[in-house]
Design a protein around this ligand. Structure first.
Ligand code: SF4
Length: 224
């Protein structure tokens, strides 16, 4: 864990690397070494804002944000929510510099560093999710979901970054391909509701409703 309190999930970095078996722990140790350097060197930055949820002709409207979330995923995720948080998180340009330096010297190390960067930005989003949960006690959060998941188009990132003023506040720009620069940056949506929310993205194994769920008893999932 770094001074910033963020703990990078080594198992997640190994999954990004496609490592299925590591009996001697060699890869895990290599990942831990790079993860440790990253967590010490970087200060991930983030921003989030809450907006009221409404229904528009072409999808869920986050009122006052300029963001519309088209498609069935956003409709399902936010069906019981009266508010949603838009968030953006980035490792910043320093990660790109570290990655380029590693690529010039040792490509194998650079691949591990890249996977650690992905795991670190996700860990930062996890921390942000916990911060939102603690700031709004008594509210229930949906799973976090991002442009590019399911049928939520990647181009939604453009409007989310504009709504959050991410370029000025975080130094994050959206390219014409709708990908972000710096590359280890994430935008996401989390719904807030007054009732417990199913784990639609993470699945039944993580769901607080699993013990009493009639959908699951029928052999289905609300993610279907
Ligand atoms: S199907 Fe039931 S247990 Fe599974 S995620 Fe949905 S609500 Fe939770």
């Amino acid at each position: 864990m770094g001074e910033n309190g963020i703990k990078l999930d080594i198992g997640e970095a190994l999954r990004y690397l496609g490592v299925k078996e590591d009996p001697e722990g060699t890869m895990a140790r290599a990942v831990e070494t790079e993860a440790d350097k990253l967590v010490r060197a970087l200060r991930p930055r983030y921003v989030y804002r809450l907006f009221p949820v409404g229904q528009g002709r072409s999808g869920v409207v986050l009122q006052g944000s300029g963001v519309t979330l088209p498609g069935s995923l956003a409709g399902r995720m936010l069906a019981q929510c009266d508010q949603a948080a838009l968030l953006a998180c980035t490792l910043g340009a320093r990660f790109e510099t570290m990655l380029r330096a590693a690529q010039a010297r040792d490509m194998a190390r650079a691949v591990i560093l890249d996977a650690c960067g992905s795991a670190l930005v996700e860990a930062c989003c996890d921390g942000l999710e916990r911060e939102i949960a603690s700031r709004y006690p008594g509210r229930y959060l949906t799973d976090r979901f991002s442009p590019g998941y399911g049928d939520l188009p990647l181009e939604t990132q453009d409007a989310i970054c504009t709504a959050l003023d991410a370029e000025r506040r975080l130094g994050v720009q959206v390219r014409s391909s709708h990908l972000m620069n710096p590359s280890k940056s994430v935008t996401a949506v989390i719904g807030l509701a007054d009732a417990p929310q199913p784990a639609r993205v993470r699945g039944c194994a993580y769901c607080s409703l699993a013990g009493s769920c009639s959908i699951r008893e029928g052999g289905k999932s609300c993610a279907d």
